[in-house]
Design a protein around this ligand. Structure first.
Ligand SMILES: [Zn+2]
Ligand SMILES: [Zn+2]
Length: 305
């Protein structure tokens, strides 16, 4: 009989390793890291089951949607399995509740919504349609009396499904050329109205919640809902389109890895990962937690996320 070496444990994903390292380096962030690890785990598990959708759209339609500031992913395009979505909704609510990020009343209401099922489908469709068309001010996001945290829980629970859509579309070369026309003041007539619109995600219409500075010093915004990325001028505010750089306050962490762009017109800010001298690519699940002290600094200066 020979002693077999222990079977190697399956390699943990890079973002999980990075989050654990972050917790070891900055014990103050332990609670936030643990919640993120739990969310990352369910999102990875669900996303691996969601098929890559077949999003066959022609270039003309795509260009027209972008020019009008309408999202490329319509509700019917999302490969939603309702049983799986209800489970994801409940598990997301469980995690937020466990880490005190959701109050008891909202938790109960959201879990009930997930269990009943029938009310959930039209509600999610209404919410997605209203939030994916940022220029349609009339659309009601959620009916009066909905739990205040539903917005956040819907965004997290829908992410694994929606991320597959932006993944399917982001490989299209015509999309990247149309989108990047924004940052280079192109003379193409279809690109200029799109430039104003693209403070919002071209895939799902949500707001950016992070950014990355690329090796060529361009800025790409990252959607807080579908994780899609798109290029955007480095010193223009994506929330109000203020492009006067004397009215944008920018500050970085001491190691230069992260940066905040704060707008002195609308008083909102966006964080960015500077990948120019960084040892790894941006990982929003990690970088959003690593920069919690930057959020505190920005808010102290009177800016809002
Ligand atoms: Zn998006
Ligand atoms: Zn602004």
């Amino acid at each position: 009989m020979t002693d077999r070496p222990p079977r190697p444990t399956r390699a943990e994903p890079r973002e999980v390793l990075e989050l654990k390292q972050l917790k070891a380096d900055q014990p103050d962030l332990a609670g936030a890291v643990d919640m993120q690890l739990a969310l990352v785990e369910i999102q990875r598990r669900v996303q691996s089951r969601v098929p890559l959708p077949w999003m066959q759209v022609d270039a003309e339609w795509l260009g027209a949607q972008l020019a009008a500031g309408r999202p490329l992913v319509r509700f019917a395009d999302i490969p939603l399995d309702w049983t799986d979505f209800r489970l994801t909704l409940r598990q997301t609510a469980d995690i937020l509740r466990r880490f005190d990020a959701l109050d008891a009343a909202d938790y109960d209401a959201i879990v009930t919504l997930g269990r009943e099922g029938r009310a959930l489908q039209p509600l999610l469709e209404q919410w997605y349609t209203a939030t994916s068309n940022p220029h349609d001010q009339k659309a009601e996001r959620l009916p009066a009396g909905s739990p205040a945290s539903l917005d956040q829980v819907f965004a997290l629970a829908l992410r694994p499904f929606l991320a597959r859509c932006s993944e399917a579309l982001s490989t299209r070369s015509d999309l990247s050329s149309l989108a990047s026309a924004d940052s280079t003041a192109s003379s193409s007539p279809s690109a200029s109205p799109a430039a104003a619109a693209h403070g919002h995600c071209p895939f799902c219409g949500w707001e950016p919640d992070f950014a990355v500075i690329t090796s060529s010093a361009e800025r790409r915004l990252i959607c807080g809902r579908c994780s899609g990325q798109w290029p955007f001028p480095p010193l223009t505010c994506p929330f109000c389109a203020n492009a006067d750089r004397t009215r944008v306050t920018s500050f970085a962490t001491r190691d230069g890895r992260y940066r905040v762009y704060a707008c002195d017109v609308c008083r909102r800010y966006l964080k960015a990962y500077d990948s120019r001298h960084a040892p790894r690519p941006v990982m929003v699940s990690v970088d959003a937690i690593a920069t919690l002290p930057l959020d505190a600094a920005a808010m102290q200066r009177g800016y809002a996320g």
